[in-house]
Design a binder for this molecule. Structure first.
Ligand code: ATP
Ligand code: MG
Ligand code: FE
Length: 346
């Protein structure tokens, strides 16, 4: 069966196509993405109205590109999945409206699904079925969560999350302080390669004895970096951008991987999946690899293209939801900007 996935929760318009095989495996056929990130760069963050308009303009061309890439016709589609939330209300609305229209026009069932679960399900396109249970560390521009995934199509439980900024948000804000472009993840990752991660001892948030074991905090770290840079500027010193980037990145990777490995050990879970845009970070994956190897935990990190927002992740989740025999969504469901991670299909 062919499943089409539509994503529009933030600033990427994504349309993916996958094939659900009879044995339950899911194969990637097309992954077309249009991003409005360049239009947001000068604001240092996503502007919701700009994102919504860009989705409107990109939805049909991106859909056409996906079908051309896969060599399929729209009439080949057997089911449609669309991001129902969480995300920006106006942005979600565009994808949901398009998906409803295609569902009616093609007379195929529609599944409104959870964006966060999609970030996990996408790994099955690269590494095959997920063991049940597995642990997921979801790190993106809007989210930082540690999740126990009993079944990606039906049962996800949150073990912890950030109490303030998301990891990607911290990258974007620190990049700004260092005069690096938006989005901040890639330029900090690059600068850090030339820097010394032990140059500055930045704080590791939420690691005190009284802190919640699996929650995260990055706002103190962001402030510490800003204070450090201000201090150096006040003294008229040149900012060692590479060292600051490397030391900041080390603090983020240290806390994320330490908590994820600890959660896996305590829950007796043998597989860790890291996904979301920040999973593309080179130090996060190398440190996770090191610590997982030591703890005997299997680590799965989808390739960067699959980690950032895309339509294939929604098609993949849709395929698992279809395979699980879930009921299609009623055509009058509404996008939910605050859809909880435990609600996988609406
Ligand atoms: P959501 O949180 O709803 O999933 P999003 O669009 O913000 O939405 P993604 O597209 O998954 O999330 O990720 C974007 C984030 O990933 C940005 O904050 C960006 O800075 C960060 N990022 C991308 N590449 C890297 C990298 N190499 N290192 C660190 N962070 C990165
Ligand atoms: Mg994005
Ligand atoms: Fe995302």
């Amino acid at each position: 069966r062919i499943i089409m996935g539509i994503e529009s929760s933030c600033d990427e318009t994504g349309v993916g196509l996958v094939r659900l095989h009879d044995d339950g495996t899911v194969e990637l056929l097309a992954d077309a993405v249009a991003s409005s990130v360049d239009q947001h760069a000068r604001f240092g963050g996503v502007v919701p109205e700009v994102a919504s308009r860009a989705h409107l303009e990109a939805m049909v061309p991106t859909t056409e590109r996906a079908f051309a890439d896969a060599g399929l016709k729209m009439s080949d589609v057997d089911a449609i999945a669309v991001t129902a939330g969480p995300g920006l209300a106006g942005a979600l609305l565009v994808g949901v409206a398009a998906a409803k229209a295609y569902s009616v026009a093609l007379d195929v069932p529609l599944y409104g699904v959870n964006h966060l679960a999609g970030h996990i399900a996408v790994d099955t396109l690269q590494h095959g079925p997920l063991p049940k249970p597995c642990l997921a560390l979801l790190v993106s521009g809007g989210h930082t969560q540690l999740l126990r995934v009993d079944d990606v199509a039906s049962t996800i439980v949150e073990l912890g999350s950030t109490v303030d900024d998301a990891a990607g948000e911290a990258y974007d804000k620190v990049a700004r302080v260092l005069g690096l472009p938006y989005p901040g993840g890639p330029p900090i990752d690059k600068a850090a390669k030339a820097g010394n991660p032990a140059a500055i001892a930045f704080p590791r948030g939420m690691t005190g004895p009284r802190d919640a074991k699996f929650d995260f905090s990055f706002s103190g770290l962001k402030t510490a970096v800003a204070r450090w840079v201000e201090g150096a500027e006040r003294r008229g010193e040149e900012i060692p951008v590479d060292d600051v980037a490397a030391s900041f990145q080390e603090a983020v990777a240290d806390v994320l991987t330490a908590k994820a490995v600890r959660a896996a050990k305590e829950a007796g879970i043998g597989t860790l999946v890291i996904s979301g845009g920040v999973a593309a970070n080179s130090r996060l994956s190398s440190l996770a690899r090191e610590r997982c190897d030591k703890a005997g935990i299997e680590l799965r990190v989808p390739r960067p293209r699959l980690c950032t927002d895309n339509g294939a992740m929604i098609a993949a989740l849709g395929a698992h939801v279809v395979a699980a025999g879930a009921k299609p969504s009623s055509l009058d469901f509404a996008a939910n900007p605050a859809l909880p991670v435990g609600t996988i299909s609406v």
